[in-house]
Ligand binder design. Sequence first.
Ligand SMILES: Cc1cc2nc3c(=O)[nH]c(=O)nc-3n(C[C@H](O)[C@H](O)[C@H](O)COP(=O)(O)O)c2cc1C
Length: 214
Amino acid sequence: MTMQEPVDLLYIEASPMGGASTSRAVAQSFLDAYRRANPTHSVDTLNVWDTELPPFDARMIAAKFAVLRKHQATPEQQALWDSACAISRRFNRARRYLFALPMWNFGLPYRLKHFIDVVTLPGENWQWSRETGYVALLQDRKAMVVYSSAGDYPATQPADPSDHQKPQMRRWLQFIGVDDVQELAVGPTLVPPDTLQATREAAMRRAAEVGAAF
Ligand SMILES: Cc1cc2nc3c(=O)[nH]c(=O)nc-3n(C[C@H](O)[C@H](O)[C@H](O)COP(=O)(O)O)c2cc1C
């Protein structure tokens, strides 16, 4: 599979907790059911903690403007911008997304935010002009987001005022054109082991139902 070929589903793991992760255990149930229902579909898995992400710093921002505006990028700037575009294209080529996403300090784990900053690029998945304003460039995409939190933050619309995890994901996905989003909030996870086990099992059953029909 090359980076340019479409992929049916991209699974993005935002928890670093491996086998101990609640969001990943639930997302895995979704994925197992999805694979059973769609045995020929291609699946790409990207763990944001294991994937090298270029710093999105002053050098990258200078490279961005050199490439996009002034058309006078140095070879180093072009290479830096190309490194961000390659990760963005790996993201953009997917038709469907699955996220396993713990709440950290009421929002996203910083490594997922870093990933979002690297992949959300003008000309790749959004554009702006004076005439049109912001335009999302992705189309016909859907996402399933499995959230996990120690506290009780259900996937309500609007979200709990303290919950900056779900509003940020919703706004970002909408911004780039992923407008069919399903959500499953797993929690609270800061509970006795038996209760956590029951919470996880119920969420895994629900995730499998969604995954089979996704
Ligand atoms: C750095 C850090 C910050 C966290 N911040 C919050 C928080 O603000 N609210 C909350 O309810 N849980 C918070 N938690 C708890 C996790 O969201 C919770 O344990 C979740 O179930 C972890 O999902 P995972 O097992 O998939 O990694 C935090 C955990 C970590 C490691």
